[in-house]
Design a protein around this ligand. Structure first.
Ligand SMILES: [Zn+2]
Ligand SMILES: [Zn+2]
Length: 363
């Protein structure tokens, strides 16, 4: 579905209702009627076109019973429906991707625009501390509604947020020309890391992944795909066996991959952790220190990296369309979450409040 095909939404009326998918308990999402929020002076009401289900949404769905009543979803795109009186950055009818974090106005990081480091980052994000994108409409601050280039596919644009995180990780790890890179986990973030690392100049990519559809996706990005067991069996590429990776990215959140990432990085190389870990993990420093590994963490992205991700997708440098494996309606959200938690072979599920039959994902 392309940007110019979007109808301009009519302004919201007082008392108008909308549908929102509400987390009722851990493992249960119910579609409920809620009032359409009205924008304050610096706010923008966005009619949601698509909202991607992120690993962090799954994490909340499974574990955060205390988040009952929340509307999840932060990887969303849509069309501006209404703007507050002070908004100058977007107009009604503009296609936007939502940058999901609020600025807190209290900390040193927000003061310089690097709000992913804000101590309130996780509590002040749409889909976390404020109602998210699994709804007909979402209310955001003006600086969170980022205009998209004309004609950019709104389904593809839901990948901007995960790709921006990958751009940040790849820059932070310093991937350069000719580097040999391993990525543990080929879910959405791992796939975007593979794509970004290739664009940054990596010439050899190895992905470790078990789920077949994700293995296929990693191969599309030029990676040689293995399972962690292949390391012990010695059936991985010779450079990995004999020398190790220049940079290893850990995107699974499991201990076996943490251990393998450290073990398979060359002396002086870098291991970057970019997963959500459900519990503390062990890091074997007796292995990492004698080889002087750089152990890095990565979270979120900067404004520049968010824009870079828009440009990479819009310009065709990263083709995300093969990785959207299904599009579901709001009513099917609970089933979709359950499917993802059972790893039934999905990479990325997009939710569209309109009928999924009417939508075309790949442009
Ligand atoms: Zn996300
Ligand atoms: Zn802050």
């Amino acid at each position: 579905m392309s940007a110019h095909a979007q109808p301009v939404p009519a302004p919201a009326e007082d008392g108008e209702g909308m549908r929102a998918a509400v987390l009722r308990a851990a493992g249960s999402i119910v579609v409920e009627e809620r009032p359409v929020p009205r924008p304050g002076p610096d706010e923008v009401l966005v009619t949601v076109a698509f909202c991607g289900i992120c690993g962090s949404d799954l994490h909340v769905y499974l574990h955060a019973a205390d988040r009952a009543g929340a509307v999840l979803g932060h990887e969303c795109t849509g069309v501006v429906r209404e703007v507050g009186s002070q908004v100058r950055t977007v107009e009604v009818g503009d296609c936007v991707v939502v940058r999901p974090s609020y600025v807190c106005d209290e900390c040193e990081f927000c003061a310089v625009g690097d709000f992913r480091l804000c101590p309130h980052h996780f509590t002040r994000t749409i889909g976390v501390g404020a109602p998210g994108g699994f709804a007909d409409a979402v209310l955001v601050k003006d600086y969170m509604a980022i205009p998209l280039p004309d004609g950019m596919d709104l389904g593809a644009a839901t990948w901007v947020e995960p790709l921006a995180c990958a751009v940040h990780a790849v820059r932070r790890a310093g991937v350069g020309l000719g580097d040999h890179v391993t990525v543990y986990g080929a879910g959405p973030i791992g796939l975007m890391v593979l794509a970004a690392a290739r664009r940054a100049g990596a010439t050899e990519l190895v992905a470790f992944e078990r789920v077949e559809v994700r293995r296929d996706a990693a191969r599309l990005l030029g990676a040689s795909v293995h399972s962690i067991e292949d390391l012990a069996a010695g059936t991985v590429p010779a450079w990995l066996r004999e020398r190790g990776a220049d940079v290893s990215f850990e995107c699974t959140g499991v201990q076996a991959a943490v251990d393998a990432a450290i073990a398979t990085t060359r002396p002086g190389g870098t291991v970057l952790f970019e997963a959500l870990y459900g519990s503390p993990q062990e890091i074997d420093l007796t292995s990492a220190i004698p080889r002087e590994l750089a152990l890095l963490c990565s979270i979120g992205s900067t404004s520049g990296e968010f824009q870079a991700a828009i440009d990479l997708i819009a310009g065709g440098a990263v083709d995300v369309n093969p990785f959207t494996t299904s599009v579901v309606g709001l009513d099917e959200l609970d089933d979709a979450f359950r499917g993802l938690t059972q790893s039934t072979g999905l990479v990325k599920v997009l939710v569209t409040p309109g009928s999924p039959d009417d939508q075309e994902v790949a442009g």
